[in-house]
Design a protein around this ligand. Structure first.
Ligand SMILES: C[S@@+](CC[C@H](N)C(=O)[O-])C[C@H]1O[C@@H](n2cnc3c(N)ncnc32)[C@H](O)[C@@H]1O
Length: 278
């Protein structure tokens, strides 16, 4: 059955037609890859055929396979999605790698704009003595983050807080590491993005204000007050934002600010440390 859908998607120009058709057929029939292969030539009930067709219809309308299935893998872990969460992207795995390198033993982490919770949950799942606070303005996103934290066994080590950037923090809290993958697309560019992103990813997760830098201004200005003296900040950026975000962090008093590229050779993370105490 999936081969028929593969041919439909191919004709419509979907580059990953075979994979998409297979994954959605598996999901619709409740089968894994092996079971689908074994039962490939068996007839399916009318109800199952209708269920699979409905999933394929959504794909044909531009919704991603991950959104239809309701989860996406990130850093080797499966993250549940909902309408308020961005799909975790492989690009963001660089930030997790760098965070794991920067976190001291027993370190305390703050993630701003946590979405599915993919960044802090991946860090905590890989560093068993780390603890963290994760903030999002979307209460619905935090519902997904809570479920993901439970799924990956880190509920006891992560506090999920609802509010804007640093607002939900309590006076006196200090962190070894502040990380964020904030919305960083300029408002007028959001409308021009591929339909898969523009029509299905939540706008709150994409729109970084008129020049795409509004969240970075707040984070750079306020991070020093919440960091331990030798703390670090790691921010995911758009490919052309390295210089602007670095300038904001230098202005905020960080002495050592570097831009790091992802595997595709694009600037992806800005790392700030060496807070100027003067
Ligand atoms: C680009 S998404 C990143 C989600 C997740 N950290 C990831 O890497 O997949 C940005 C996130 O910031 C959240 N956000 C937007 N404005 C915010 C604000 N003022 N305060 C806190 N979170 C905010 C959005 O709801 C969204 O979850």
């Amino acid at each position: 059955m999936w081969r028929g859908w593969r041919d439909v998607l191919t004709r419509l120009g979907f580059e990953t037609a075979a994979l998409d058709a297979k994954l959605l057929t598996q999901h619709g029939l409740g089968l894994d890859a092996v079971a689908l292969a074994v039962r490939e030539h068996e007839a399916v009930s009318e109800a199952d055929a209708i269920a699979v067709a409905a999933l394929l219809q959504r794909r044909m309308s531009g919704e991603s396979v991950a959104r239809i299935i309701g989860e996406r893998e990130f850093y080797g872990l499966a993250f549940g999605l909902n309408a308020a969460t961005l799909e975790p992207r492989p690009d963001t795995e660089l930030l997790v790698d760098m965070a794991l390198g920067a976190m001291p033993a027993g370190g305390r982490l703050l993630d701003l704009g946590t979405g599915t919770g993919c960044i802090p949950i991946a860090i905590l799942a890989n560093q068993s003595d780390a603890i963290g606070v994760a903030v999002d303005l979307s209460a619905e996103a935090l519902v997904a983050a809570e479920a993901n934290a439970a799924r990956h066994g880190v509920t006891e080590r992560i506090a999920l807080r609802h509010g804007s950037w640093f607002e939900p923090l309590q006076s006196g809290e200090r962190f070894d590491l502040i990380v964020s993958n904030p919305p960083y697309i300029a408002s007028d560019i959001v409308e021009t993005l591929a339909a898969e992103v523009r029509d299905f990813d939540p706008r709150l997760a994409l729109d970084g204000g008129p020049d795409g830098l509004a969240p970075y201004r707040i984070i750079a200005q306020q991070a020093p007050a919440w960091l331990k003296p030798d703390g670090h900040v790691l921010l995911e950026i758009g490919y052309d934002q390295g210089a602007a975000v670095s300038a904001l962090l230098l202005e905020a008093g960080f002495a050592d600010v570097t831009v790091h590229r992802d595997l595709g050779g694009q600037d992806r993370v800005v790392w700030a440390q060496g807070l100027d105490a003067s």
